[in-house]
Ligand binder design. Structure first.
Ligand code: S3P
Length: 452
């Protein structure tokens, strides 16, 4: 839905090839963290390239509510931080909108200060599990009072005398890891997070950049991350790299739309994020990394994606799941256009995203004429082959931006158009999606298109 709650039906249909450059917005994960760590540092952090999607704007508002100054001057966001332990108690409920990352990281950041805050979100966020964050925050001494099942709206009473924590995350989640590390900032001594599977490491990298002591060690137990509490975080100048998860949409569209050739410049290829691109190559995609370089300590490349007539289904390695968790919806669209079967195991986290993404994609793909099998922790797409997906369905997006964009990409390659009940959620992470894709030659319209 739009910010005003009015559904925005959208359709896409086959057109000519996609050609040109796609300049996708800043990374959502890094944008949230820039504002939160800026707010916890002493002095002024400057951020350029910030994703100005609704999720991140809501985190900015929340940081103001906790006492930081956050404003945009020219092209730069200025965050005047209050220091670790310096958050003040918000006067009002914190509305994190659609953003799981926003609410979970902010809960962590306030949980070791002696203040209370009440959090809420939209209909999607208020269904998502929060116990995965409030359980470890309770070990620091924080208390959570939410709806049954550990759902928002929820009030967190921050710990008055926080203790440091050693916590093994029960699921592969960078949000849980990050919430614990952010809580550990205002606890004395060492806070340790152990993760069995490595997840995106932006918090560790950025905390180090702000001057905290964070060490990471790969052990037989898993990845052990140790943070020394109560640092003084020093303000930074941050250039947010472009989001590989947003790049996924023009890249995948180019692979399945006949004759396409699209360049997506300056994409971060942090190994904890880049799994989709290697998977696409394994499927036979004509996808190359040009101008490989390092920027701000991260590998970066320009991605060139060309129409790939011989895509084939594969077994996606489960150990790659964490590095491409947000990309399975659009991968399933490429799989539908490939020859043969794509099997995606080890992905139960997809069931607790902005929607149950296995269910949302499976339902929409079946309506579009694609066979899909699923279990709690896996799903399989039976590819229709080049140019052979029937399409012609109206699908529900469940307030999930990635479901919406994935089905619009499918409509660009399917025989008959695809229609969304509501594309409003796209604005949470990729507000320029429609203009960027139509600029490449895609046919996207607002309102339902008559289907064949
Ligand atoms: C994110 C972590 C992932 C991802 C989300 C962003 C982050 O969620 O799906 O879009 O910025 O830490 P989980 O930690 O729940 O896997």
């Amino acid at each position: 839905m739009s910010a005003h709650g009015t559904p925005i039906p959208m359709s896409s249909e086959r057109g000519g090839p996609l050609k040109g450059e796609a300049h996708v917005p800043g990374d959502k994960s890094i944008s949230h963290r820039s504002l939160i760590l800026g707010a916890l540092s002493v002095g002024e952090t400057k951020v350029t390239g910030l994703l100005e999607g609704q999720d991140v704007l809501d985190t900015g508002k929340a940081m103001r509510a906790f006492g930081a100054e956050v404003e945009k001057r020219g092209e730069t966001w200025h965050v005047h931080g209050v220091g670790v332990g310096g958050f003040s108690e918000p006067d009002n409920v914190i509305d994190c909108g659609n953003a799981g990352t926003g609410v979970r990281l902010i809960m962590g950041a306030m949980a070791t200060s002696p203040i209370a805050a009440t959090f809420t979100g939209d209909a999607s966020l208020n269904k998502r599990p929060m116990a995965r964050v409030t359980d470890p925050l309770a070990l620091f001494g924080a208390r959570a009072y939410g709806r049954s099942g550990g759902r928002l709206p929820m009030t967190i009473l921050g710990a008055t005398s926080p203790v440091p924590v050693r916590y093994a995350t029960p699921m592969p989640s960078a949000q849980v890891k990050s919430a614990v590390l952010l809580a550990g900032l205002n606890a004395p001594g060492e806070t340790v997070v152990i993760e069995r599977e490595a997840t995106r490491d932006h918090s560790e990298r950025m905390l180090t950049g702000f001057g905290a002591s964070v060490t990471t060690e790969d052990t037989p137990e898993g990845r052990v991350i140790t943070l020394v509490g109560r640092p003084e975080l020093k303000p930074q100048t941050i250039v947010v790299p472009r989001d590989p998860s947003s790049a996924a949409f023009p890249v995948c569209a180019a692979l399945i739309v006949e004759g396409s050739d699209v360049l997506v410049p300056n994409i971060g290829l942090n190994p904890t994020r880049a799994g989709l691109f290697f998977t696409l190559q394994d499927m036979g995609a004509d996808l190359t990394f040009e101008n490989m370089r390092e920027e701000g300590g991260e590998p970066v490349a320009d991605l060139r994606a060309r129409f790939s007539p011989n895509l084939k289904g594969i077994e996606v390695p489960p150990e790659r799941a964490a590095s491409m968790i947000d990309e399975y919806p659009v991968l399933s669209v490429v799989a539908a256009c490939a020859e043969g079967i794509t099997h995606m195991p080890g992905v139960k986290e997809l069931r607790v995203k902005e929607s149950d993404r296995i269910d949302a994609m499976a339902t929409g793909l079946r309506a579009a004429g694609v066979a899909v099998d699923e279990g709690e922790d896996w799903w399989t797409v039976h590819g229709c082959g080049r140019g052979a997906v029937p399409g012609g369905a109206t699908v529900k997006t469940h307030l999930d931006h990635r479901i919406a964009m994935s089905f619009l990409v499918l409509g660009m390659a399917s025989k008959a158009p695809m229609t969304l009940d509501d594309g409003g959620a796209i604005a949470t992470s990729f507000p320029i999606f429609e203009g960027l894709m139509t600029g490449l030659g895609a046919r996207i319209t607002r309102g339902a298109t008559e289907t064949a």
